[in-house]
Design a protein around this ligand. Sequence first.
Ligand SMILES: [Zn+2]
Length: 175
Amino acid sequence: MNRALEFASTVRHDGHGGLADDLATVEGFAAWSGVDAPTEELRLRTVELRWAARSLFARVTGAGERMDAPHLMPLDEALRVVNAAAAAVPRAVRLEWEPPRLRHVDRATEGERLLAGLATDVIVFLAGEERAGLRACPAPRCIRYFVKAHPQQQWCKPACGNRARVNRHYHRARD
Ligand SMILES: [Zn+2]
């Protein structure tokens, strides 16, 4: 899974009608990001960036009214959040002489670098060829996105396909 999709997948259906969010607490955020002792502010900014990315994914895939819809942003706001996070860490190249090596240097904090890295992954993904294969899983209650691995793939994972079939059967049986 590419990093942009992995980032978007930090929130999913919890199986009980709610959302399970890996970034809901500072502890969860630290475990997921690897950032030492992150602040609540950094967590909130990361969550905002995640919803911005998911807003763009929803737009690309035409995802309908799913459980995460209340968190989604209009297109211009989502683009602003993603582009601002990526632009917050300007990088320069530096030549090291012995051994000869090109290094990227910046003056960012660890948190800014994390946000810029995630935002850059989202931009590279949505500006690239993989975007054409991005799909919103249509199974009941699922809010995952996936990139089609083969032309017939309809669901994010086989369990979602099974659930959708059971659901259809149940509705037919009741009609
Ligand atoms: Zn699914």
